[in-house]
Design a protein around this ligand. Sequence first.
Ligand SMILES: [Zn+2]
Length: 252
Amino acid sequence: MAMKLSGCLCGQFHSSGAGMGLAEDRVSVPIPFYVLEHADGVALFDAGVPAAMLDRNDSYLAALQGQGMDVSLAPEETVTARLEALDIDPARVRHVVLSHLHFDHAGGLRELPNATLVVQRREWEAGFEPELSARYGLRKRYFDLGHPVVLVDGEHDLFGDGSAVCVPSHGHTPGHQSLRVRSEQGDHILVGDACYSCEVVETRAFPDYSDHDAMNASLDRLLALREPGTVMVYGHDRSQWGETPVLPTARA
Ligand SMILES: [Zn+2]
């Protein structure tokens, strides 16, 4: 069954290089989400940052700035605007597979009223557990919005035809998952934040708060899933979203 895969950029994240596992002092990295147009409906992998961050006075933005981070977002970069540029009404999105519950991956859920969320059970449960949600920065305001939720334990075939398969890749957060996609665009592993960038594949410079043993094991497993021609699409990789984007993209 033919399925189309595209990528959309939903703003930029600014932080210390160390925070992203990079050598520079300060870095700006893309915040992608992905659109799967399948005969059975539209699915997203991740949902960008909240449109509320268009307001520079947004309270979570202020909290990030207090920790030396920032997000820039333009009106044409919101989840809604990016979907509309692909001729997709956000109300038509049926599934959102969430790699994890961070604000830059779940932030756009408020704009997707009719979606069913597909989340690893241990991620969802961590989101409601005070100690884990605090340690990992999982904010209920971005994901606990009343959507139906499918809780997954391990692998999950989204459409039942092998075109999009959730692959658990815990460590960045307690129940992080990646998505293996076979589409008209080829064979991709949407890694999510199991690895921020191609640089980190080599350095394994993972975030401080994450479980490094689990991240190493998860990344090794994802790399071992590659077949000839498989393209790994990393969570926040500048080189993959430069002059030659790794996936077809809607740029308004
Ligand atoms: Zn992220």
